[in-house]
Design a binder for this molecule. Structure first.
Ligand code: ADP
Ligand code: MG
Ligand code: MG
Ligand code: MG
Length: 415
């Protein structure tokens, strides 16, 4: 066993040369390997390696948060969680993740398929690209991974063992628990926002009793409802796309939590991109892009519900809602009634998670490029203010909201 050492562009080929499986994939002549560092994420190192036979991506954790530096330590074990999540997601929704080639626990590295010519979905949306397949693919991914990782489907002993395995992902859960659910609502040290333009609104949100209670109820749900294996960081920066392929990457935050969390985070990131469009209009009118984005949100939710329902009828093999009580007694309608209750629960909670995700991306530590690439601070603040109000509405009124048509109309009014 070798102590952990961070890879560099210069050392990677030599360090991984002894791995026969990698040589077979990338090329036997390791001196010919071309290595580039591409990591643009907040946490880890990512390298692309190309050789005479093929290519791969090498992702390595650092013992600290890359965005912040050594002052914020973070366990190397996150690569273990990422690898295990990728393996499970590949079983549950085949073809939707990069294939895993190799995992090294001591070096905290995972070698996986190099996705090319894919680009990060968030970047494509900022450029105004309309991806035709992404909504359907993401709706299917969410339904399949969330359903098949839960007690609706899994053998419960297996699920409980898996729950124990992922329960150790404490540090990454803590990031979400603090950064998403608490920091945006007080003057936390790591926060930043567009100032002074947003100062007044920020003060209003921090004084908003209903919002703070709702954010903590959502945090309670996140921490205490170990319902299924989540991706845990399912934003548009964790999706890579071409016009006809959609891949989900970066599940290092994976753990057992509420289904609605992944769905809400995903929709929140499309809504934020919607509110950011006004800041990217210099190169042409973004009206059609806005309509596309609201359509994507509706399609993701529609596909999610349809696929979840299909799995409910055909793969409900776990301990929950046993067929013995419903279909086996000739009462298929009872099973449909239970399905509606479950989906309604996901709907209500998903809206809440979306609301706080929008807030934390504008008020917290980890901002996103949708808004950050709007250079004019006045214009950026106008986009962000609309999104903040929208997020507040979702989080506080989630039980009363009447469907995505109403929500789209609200977004249009605020925009
Ligand atoms: P982090 O955990 O630090 O956010 P990511 O897994 O999101 O790291 O990867 C950072 C970047 O590296 C991505 O935004 C993408 O540009 C690139 N990348 C990651 N995985 C792949 C892959 N399998 N194929 C191609 N590019 C990738
Ligand atoms: Mg990432
Ligand atoms: Mg990230
Ligand atoms: Mg990550």
């Amino acid at each position: 066993m070798q102590g952990f050492q961070a890879l560099t562009v210069e050392t990677l080929a030599e360090r991984l040369a002894s791995n026969a499986a990698l040589r077979a994939r990338i090329g036997e002549r390791t001196a010919r390997w071309r290595v580039r560092e591409v990591g643009d994420g907040n946490l880890n190192l990512v390298f692309i390696v190309e050789g005479e036979a093929g290519s791969a991506v090498v992702k390595q954790a650092l013992p600290y948060v890359r965005l912040v530096g050594e002052s914020w330590p973070l366990p190397l074990k996150r690569t273990f969680f990422e690898t295990n999540a990728l393996i499970r997601q590949a079983e549950r929704d085949p073809g939707r993740t990069p294939q895993v080639f190799h995992f090294d626990a001591d070096q905290a590295l995972v070698v996986m398929e190099y996705l090319t010519p894919h680009v990060i979905l968030r970047r494509a949306l900022i450029e105004g690209r309309r991806l035709p397949k992404v909504a359907r693919d993401l709706g299917l991914f969410a339904a399949r991974t969330l359903f098949r990782g839960s007690d609706l489907s899994m053998e419960t002993a297996r699920r409980k063992a898996d729950l124990a395995l992922f329960a150790d992902n404490v540090a990454l859960c803590a990031i979400t628990e603090d950064l998403v659910f608490s920091d945006p609502y007080f003057a936390a040290e790591k926060n930043r926002h567009t100032s002074p333009q947003l100062d007044e609104l920020v003060a209003e949100l921090r004084a908003d009793r209903d919002l703070k209670v709702e954010a903590q109820r959502l945090k309670h749900l996140f921490a205490a409802n170990a319902e299924t294996l989540l991706h845990g960081d399912l934003h548009t920066g964790s999706v890579m796309v071409t016009d006809d392929d959609t891949r989900v990457i970066d599940p290092e935050f994976a753990f057992y939590g509420p289904m609605a969390f992944d769905v809400g985070m995903m929709l929140a990131n499309f809504w934020m991109n919607y509110f950011a469009q006004a800041g990217h209009e210099a190169n042409g009118d973004r009206g059609p892009m806005r309509a596309y984005l609201l359509g994507v949100v509706e399609e993701i939710w529609r596909v999610f519900c349809a696929e979840f329902g299909r799995l409910w009828r055909t793969e409900r093999t776990g301990i929950l809602y046993p067929r013995a009580l419903f279909e086996d007694q000739g009462d298929a309608l009872a099973a449909e009634q239970a399905l509606d209750c479950v989906l309604h629960g996901v709907w209500v909670d998903m809206l809440g998670f979306a609301g706080v995700e929008i807030h934390r991306r504008i008020l917290g530590l980890a901002h996103n490029a949708d808004f950050e690439t709007i250079e004019d601070p006045n214009l950026r603040a106008r986009c962000e203010a609309a999104a903040l109000k929208f997020g507040r509405h979702l989080a506080v009124n989630r039980s009363a909201l009447q469907g995505l048509g109403r929500i789209a109309a609200l977004a249009e009014r605020l925009d």
